[in-house]
Design a protein around this ligand. Structure first.
Ligand SMILES: Nc1ncnc2c1ncn2[C@@H]1O[C@H](COP(=O)(O)OP(=O)(O)O)[C@@H](O)[C@H]1O
Ligand SMILES: [Mg+2]
Length: 237
């Protein structure tokens, strides 16, 4: 099976006042194509920082990251934006929806950015929104939607351009169990296609069973790699 993401000796420091604080320590990891990988660990351990570096939103302090055979370190900021737009679907913890656009228009943004006509792009977005329980809601503005509905718009926006790598920060946090499972079914179907991969940050133990692999993080480090079954058993004992 081919590799979607390879991380080697990655460190990340933040500067806080006069101090340099290391928040990621010598991360080494592989994310395989065709798999749904979960990143699990307590609040503050560095999950969001790590997926932001993988997605090219933040830069590493040292170490290398290869995504889909592209060395991310070698790209300029502008090239990173273009790379991310084409190959990565990112679902932020805060949904970052544009308030003046409807649900369908928000979800259609990646297609419009890629040059598709507005109407066709919105039609594509509606198809995905319908699948995740948003039928009849697609013309509403973000402020007319509940938190869980806004999150679904953000999910649709990340999936609409069929990115090769989907990265999500706590996708089911604001969703009821039924919608959470519908979203995870979609993620798994997409990930288990040989040409795609998904990386999901979560601490929602209701969805661990959707993972092909679980990477456990603690205190800025990867401290274990498990199958879903192994991890669920470990958490119970
Ligand atoms: N921009 C920043 N500047 C300084 N410290 C930060 C910054 N972003 C995150 N941190 C710190 O890095 C650590 C990891 O944060 P984060 O990646 O958000 O953790 P998680 O997503 O696992 O909750 C935390 O201690 C957090 O306070
Ligand atoms: Mg976080």
């Amino acid at each position: 099976m081919s590799i979607a993401v390879t991380i080697k000796h990655l460190n990340k420091d933040f500067t806080v006042g006069d101090d340099k604080v290391r928040v990621l320590h010598n991360i080494n990891a592989e994310i395989r194509m065709g798999e749904l990988t979960m990143l699990v660990g307590p609040s503050g351990c560095g999950k969001t920082t790590l997926i932001s570096i993988i997605s090219g939103i933040l830069s590493a302090s040292s170490g290398t990251i290869d995504i889909l055979n592209q060395r991310l370190n070698n790209l300029t900021d502008q090239q990173k934006v273009l790379f991310r737009r084409e190959y990565i679907g990112f679902i932020f913890q805060q949904y970052n929806l544009l308030p003046a656009l409807s649900a369908a228009e928000n979800a259609a943004m990646p297609l419009i950015a890629a040059g598709m006509k507005n109407k066709e792009a919105a039609e594509n977005a509606r198809l995905i929104l319908d699948k995740i329980g948003m039928k009849g809601q697609t013309d509403k503005l973000p402020r007319q939607l509940s938190g869980g509905q806004q999150q679904r718009v953000a999910i649709a926006r990340a999936l609409v351009h069929n990115p090769k790598l989907i990265v999500c920060d706590e996708p089911t946090a604001a969703l009821d169990a039924k919608t959470g499972h519908a979203v995870m079914e979609i993620m798994r179907d997409i990930a288990n296609n040989s040409n795609r991969a998904a990386l999901i940050v979560t601490h929602d133990n209701r969805i661990y069973n959707y993972a092909d692999r679980i990477l456990e993080m603690g205190d800025g480090r990867i401290i274990g790699s498990y199958s879903a079954e192994e991890f669920i058993t470990k958490e119970k004992t």
